[in-house]
Write a protein that binds this ligand. Sequence first.
Ligand SMILES: [Zn+2]
Length: 468
Amino acid sequence: MFQCTKSLSRVFLLLLIFKTSHGQYSPGSTFTEDDATNPSDVESRDVGTELQYKYHDHEEMTRYLRAVSARYPALTALYSIGKSVQGRDLWVMVVSASPYEHMIGKPDVKYVANIHGNEAVGREMLLHLIQYLVTSYETDSYIKWLLDNTRIHLMPSMNPDGFLISREGQCDTIHGRHNARRYDLNRNFPDFFKRNTKQPQPETEAVKEWISKIQFVLSGSLHGGALVASYPYDNTPSAIFQSYAHSPSVSPDDDVFQHLARVYSSNHDKMSRGVSCKSGSPKFDNGITNGAAWYPLTGGMQDYNYLWHGCMEITLEISCCKYPLAHELPKYWQDNKQALIKYLAEAHRGAHGFVMDEHGNPVEKASIKVKGREVTFHTTKYGEFWRILLPGTYRLEVGADGYLPQEVEFFVIDSHPTLLNVTLHSAKRIDGGGPYYRPAPRPPPPPAPGLFSTFTNSINSFVSNIFG
Ligand SMILES: [Zn+2]
């Protein structure tokens, strides 16, 4: 769409503005660059980037992000994915040992905060997370490992216009929740279960474009007003349950989502106790809940991330008060610091690998499905895929136009990700006599729509464990 094209070109432009010495950005998060600045150079730079425990308005936040990207050019890249209704940039800071270039075979992950403009804690938490990551890289071996193996994209505010009119100290109002056209951005995404008739907003369109360009493996959406990690689905197929029953709407990856939610809540100082925020508000066992079991909603961002783009996103409600007084921010940072970091490392759990053709060329947009989990993921232009899974034995169904479907058995253990490479064989064979093509024997019909038949022949794969 027009908006999308515009926002992407804006990404190029802004990167050129802010990082002129580092080449340019191209789709798929690939920054071409001569960017091999040694991280040890970071220490020798003398510009200070102090971050206070206070709320940063849009201009202050912009200044801070620019200062960090100037001071830590080998660890950060700042870009904007588009603008809000009132023209404010939707900033994203990448923190990684490879900030400008996707690391082939290594995951991209993200946090998005302040989608509801009056839920302000997440916005400041992401600024503190940026600060913590860049200042710990040289001294903390875990952070170094994380940034060496992961590209972390952090969007402190998806709704800067709503934040502008929100007021510090207001815990329960909805003033500032919506964007400048009074749309709730977390009800503004396409919905799998119900038709979403809401007019798409610039902020939502920018996010949709962004996550269609970068294969994010894992994501967290930061909110306030409760203390719970909520996982898909947010919506439910049942109209009856839409407004009444508190029934879970269970996704095929329910075990994985529950695990991810638990990783956050158990690494948070208080969340896993499941204490209700105030009398009358719900308690959550272990500090986690299925989204629809809490309350169903249409057009949420987490279901969209999962079903449209194979990105495992959960919703993190990190403060009972939506916009607490600034002097409480140090406490919130202490509560969330470990959880924010440990959660992102979960992108390295499960299986990942490459889908290649017989000549070793990557197969883009191959469909990736774990048998029994009826959600299709897709490979990137490098043939990469990721599937966060708990320990166990699985079968992977891989298919692509022009290739014979392939099924591969693999296992996942707790301590290391499983590397799984799949070779697809062309469904067409070159005739020895000339440039003629002859179709291969037809595969038997699939047993059910959307399922590949079980092929036991020509399985060509290898499975090995690597250290993560
Ligand atoms: Zn919210």
